[in-house]
Design a protein around this ligand. Structure first.
Ligand code: NDP
Ligand code: OXD
Length: 319
């Protein structure tokens, strides 16, 4: 029997129901023991691989012969925050299935702002036939923070639709059709942005980057009557009081938020009923057990053949 795979999944949502993941992994790894921790009893010495989503801090220390940790999502902030994380390669998710789901979300919300769908939904509700002048996609400047696996695809699809798209990353990039900015060019990037899409990872450098100072630097001469933000990265990237204050004083015209500092979003959060906020419950891009279990099984098989793991996280930079 090959090295065992331990699943440590804390989710609390339908998508992260642990039994669902155990069923998929058992199917795609027929030659190895798959144990859902803590439900299934297993000798910890047999465990060589762990597939995790928000594991409890310290939980991976119980496996003395662990060789690889697979994070079942793209963002690893919750895992790298654990100072006791075993010093073995940490692999994150980067698969087409997840990328396409995120691009759908970003494109849908950019289009909703661009085509003023909130206004037309209100008009329908009030039985009002009052079309407004519609500008072209090329007249809207979209700026994507993070030109990684997800940001790059979303930026390219937005550009294909016709938007005037720029991206900002840590290191300089060249992406066809996208105006690329990096590091200290943040100010220039923000100054030409009407819709700011955030697809950054949460690291010590990016924490709180969606703050009032950032919003103040966005373009104010765009078609939407003020800049708009869309955050589908992590809640820790945003200063929530700054978003609310900026919406209320007109610094921001609207916000689409998929992620929050506290999730689930508390029932008394002002975001729920804010007229300028569109929100979703951290499901911009659901992690699909079918696609991801196959991705992990293939990586383990490659690793056991002596090949290099892909999408290994740089623990020093945190993504
Ligand atoms: P990647 O690691 O592929 O890309 C991250 C990008 O951010 C890179 O372009 C990187 O720059 C850039 N970046 C990182 N730090 C900085 C910085 N300090 N300044 C400027 N740019 C920076 O990640 P993914 O695209 O795969 O995922 C992005 C995030 O999306 C995840 O970390 C996760 O938090 C979130 N996510 C949210 C989901 C949801 O449902 N809401 C679902 C999936 C992911 P460089 O290329 O130069 O390194
Ligand atoms: C992820 C997520 O990081 O679902 O993959 O948030």
């Amino acid at each position: 029997m090959k090295g065992a795979l331990a699943l440590l999944i804390t989710g609390g949502t339908e998508n992260w129901a642990p039994g669902r993941w155990r069923e998929r992994f058992t199917r795609v790894c027929p030659e190895r023991r798959v144990a859902l921790i803590p439900d299934d009893a297993i000798d910890p010495v047999l465990v060589r691989y762990a597939a995790v989503w928000k594991p409890k801090p310290g939980a991976l220390r119980q496996f003395p012969r662990l060789e690889v940790i697979f994070n079942l999502g793209a963002g690893v902030d919750a895992v790298v925050a654990d100072a006791t994380l075993p010093d073995v390669p940490l692999v994150r998710v980067a698969v087409d299935d997840l990328t396409r789901r995120m691009t759908e979300y970003v494109v849908m919300h950019v289009l909703m702002h661009h085509r003023r769908q909130g206004y037309y939904t209100g008009s329908q509700h009030n039985r009002v036939w009052a079309p407004k002048l519609q500008w072209a996609a090329r007249d809207l400047r979209v700026g994507v923070m993070g030109l990684g696996v997800l940001g790059r695809d979303a930026a390219q699809v937005l550009a294909r639709i016709g938007f005037d798209v720029a991206g900002w990353s840590n290191t300089p990039k060249s992406v066809p059709g996208i105006a690329c900015y990096a590091g200290p060019q943040l100010g220039e990037f923000l100054a030409r942005t009407d819709v700011l899409v955030c697809l950054l990872p949460l690291t010590p450098q990016t924490r709180g980057i969606l703050n009032r100072k950032t919003f103040d630097r966005l373009a104010r001469d765009g078609k939407l009557g003020g800049p708009v933000i869309i955050n589908a990265g992590r809640g820790g990237l945003q200063i929530e009081d700054d978003i609310l204050g900026s919406l209320d004083d007109g610094t921001l015209a609207a916000a689409t938020l998929d992620v929050f500092g506290t999730e689930p979003l508390p029932a008394d959060s002002p975001f729920w009923a804010h007229p300028k906020v569109t929100l979703s419950p951290h499901n911009a891009a659901d992690t699909d057990p079918d696609a991801i279990s196959v991705y992990v099984a293939e990586q383990i098989a490659a690793f056991e053949r002596g090949e290099t793991l892909t999408n290994v996280v740089d623990r020093k930079v945190g993504y």
